[in-house]
Design a protein around this ligand. Structure first.
Ligand code: KIV
Length: 281
């Protein structure tokens, strides 16, 4: 099975084919989404909200990201595996940012890292690229700083704000990013960026004109229920399936239906008689 390469993703854009990316934070989901034929598996810092139960992604640490990225690595055989740099991992010195990015590659076995836009991020992205680590950029709604930049809402709705996002995307391409996540921006702004960039754009809540799409897998399978963004399409209702299975189990144990004979190990009767005799001595 040939592994997905960055060169192949760039080629796909040139040929007009669509790219797919999904998140995974553990071995079983990573394995399942990889087997589905997805091009990129992202160990997103969304894990803070969807599996660790934090209110936002801001508290997610490097240790948590590395722990989950290692698990996802074991499940991904084909897709490109991208580790998301958490909030405080690229806001210190360039050396520290490079060190954190390299942990994703060396400790967790990721193929690339992703960083969210912030003022001055081009220098950080360039330093990581120059260190030999492929970088995916992320512009538009940037959840790590959403609280301080107006909340979780569509970005680039007026011409001035849209132009700023375009400048950011171009700047990140110029320093060597290999792909760009466009989160929650109007479809025509996403189209404009997609036409201007040589590298593929991967949209989330940014309409159909991007080169690819990404969703948080727990949203897509209906396992994260706290809220459902407008851009999410639910393909399954795994939360209901788990609830039904767990309550059927509780009721079977209480009624004595589980475990039944087929889930039970038995001992030859003569061995049990011997055991009783031994215990009786
Ligand atoms: O953390 C994440 O899952 C992400 C995607 C939504 C792009 O950044």
């Amino acid at each position: 099975m040939a592994k997905v390469t960055i060169a192949e993703l760039l080629q796909r854009k040139q040929q007009g084919g669509k790219l797919t990316m999904l998140t995974a934070y553990d071995y079983p989901i990573a394995k399942l989404v990889d087997e589905s034929g997805v091009d990129i598996v992202l160990v997103g810092d969304s894990l803070g909200m969807v599996v660790l139960g934090y209110e936002t992604t801001a508290p997610v640490t490097m240790e948590e990201m590395i722990h989950h990225a290692k698990a996802a690595r074991r499940g991904v055989a084909r897709a490109l595996l991208v580790g998301d740099m958490p909030f405080l991992s690229f806001r210190g010195s360039l050396e520290e940012s490079i060190k954190n990015a390299s942990r994703f590659v060396q400790e967790a076995g990721c193929d690339a890292v992703k960083i969210e836009w912030k003022q001055g991020i081009e220098d950080v992205a360039k330093a990581i690229v120059d260190a030999g680590i492929p970088v995916m950029g992320h512009v538009g709604l940037t959840p790590q700083t959403a609280a301080s930049s107006g909340g979780f809402r569509v970005q680039g709705k007026d011409a001035e704000a849209a132009a700023r996002i375009i400048v950011q995307a171009v700047a990140l391409e110029e320093v060597g990013c290999f792909a760009m996540v466009l989160e929650c921006i109007p479809d025509l702004v996403a189209q404009e960026i997609t036409q201007r960039l040589r590298i593929p754009t991967i949209g989330i809540g940014s309409g159909p004109f991007c080169d690819g799409q990404v969703l948080v897998t727990y949203d897509l399978i209906g396992l994260f229920e706290r809220f459902k963004p407008k851009f999410v399409k639910r393909y399954a209702d795994v939360a209901s399936t788990i609830r039904q299975a767990a309550s059927a189990y509780v009721s079977d144990v209480r009624s004595g239906e589980f475990p039944a004979k087929e889930q039970t190990f038995s001992m030859a009767p003569e061995e049990f008689t011997k055991l009783k005799q031994e215990l009786g001595r």
